[in-house]
Write a protein that binds this ligand. Structure first.
Ligand SMILES: [Mn+2]
Length: 323
């Protein structure tokens, strides 16, 4: 499915274009926004195209040839002609919201089923696409690519497909990946540094989360968490938990993994992963979050016990499982 509008035509008269994505940018958000920014700069040399996203996790800085922007929210929002939001609904873009709200034209490019109808004036949402980066690939087309753009699109697709192993990987995804690596960038190093590598401290934290995890529903649900006291004592940051949810999900018999860590004393960030028997997108939406059928997340106020109780109730209601 191609978009029903031509992105370059829609931006042709724009002086100021803002490209943005969700808070806590992940690989897909980083890859899709940087790739689209580079492409627009190339196609519209007279326009002022700016990428406005939060500072990505340190792992993305460690890759040779990856240039990450410093967060820059300066400028008069009223001068924004076009604001393009990638990989999210438009209300999860943090400080970039002031550009979105003031922009004369807004465009939303996303693959989240929880954002199926889009949240801008022009929308290109395909929940069947592996990633926002794959949508950017379709928009740009093979002729519009160069090595730099290809690298960022590849980064995004690889991250959102769990390096091509989740079931959102389609023949089209792999054909795109095949074409992209033809540009010759070091994809192996890119994945090693941004997807797999952990510091020793991060590896120990994830190991502790798995060691302290609990089973419910005959092992079909595995739950792990980090409490507020531990979070503060060890001076942890969200980046330290990268991959924790997947370590829980791959435990044999686990059909749905729950992971939570504190945003502050009263609120937790919850991640859910499923093998497909639980639609975690529905559960996430019932708590005000979003996501996909097999991967979703949301924020919830309460103690860990209270939040876990609510999630387990929702899972059991949906599946008929017993705790
Ligand atoms: Mn994504």
């Amino acid at each position: 499915m191609k978009p029903d509008f031509n992105l370059i035509e829609e931006c042709a008269d724009a002086k100021n274009i803002i490209v943005t994505g969700h808070i806590k940018p992940d690989g897909d958000c980083i890859g899709s926004t940087i790739a689209l920014t580079l492409y627009l700069k190339k196609q519209l040399p007279d326009a002022n195209v700016r990428l406005v996203i939060e500072k990505p996790a340190p792992c993305f800085d460690s890759v040779k040839g990856i240039d990450l922007p410093e967060p820059d929210y300066a400028g008069n929002p009223d001068e924004t002609d076009v604001c393009i939001v990638l990989d999210t609904v438009a209300d999860r873009i943090g400080n970039a919201e002031r550009f979105f709200k003031a922009a004369k034209k807004t465009i939303n490019i996303d693959h989240h089923i929880s954002n199926a109808s889009g949240s801008a004036m022009l929308n290109y949402v395909d929940p069947k696409a592996s990633s926002a980066s794959e949508l950017v690939y379709r928009i740009i087309g093979e002729d519009g690519l160069d090595e730099e753009i290809a690298k960022y699109i590849y980064l995004g697709i690889a991250h959102d497909t769990g390096v091509f192993r989740f079931n959102n990987t389609s023949p089209e995804t792999l054909r795109a990946a095949a074409f992209l690596i033809g540009f010759g960038f070091d994809f192996s190093d890119l994945l090693e540094k941004t997807y797999y590598e952990k510091t020793y401290e991060q590896a120990v934290i994830v190991a502790d989360i798995v060691r302290n995890s609990k089973n419910f529903c005959d092992g079909k649900v595995v739950y792990g968490s980090v409490g507020y006291e531990e979070f503060c004592e060890k001076k942890l940051s969200p980046n330290d938990f990268d991959g924790a949810i997947n370590e829980l999900r791959i435990i044999k018999g686990c059909e749905c993994a729950i992971f939570m860590y504190p945003m502050n004393e009263a609120t937790y960030k919850v991640s859910l992963r499923s093998i497909g028997t639980v639609d975690v997108s529905l559960i996430s939406q019932s708590f005000g979050g979003g996501g996909h059928m097999r991967a979703a997340g949301f924020y919830l106020k309460g103690t860990r016990e209270e939040i876990l109780d609510k999630i387990l109730t929702a899972i059991c209601e949906q599946t008929g499982w017993n705790r």
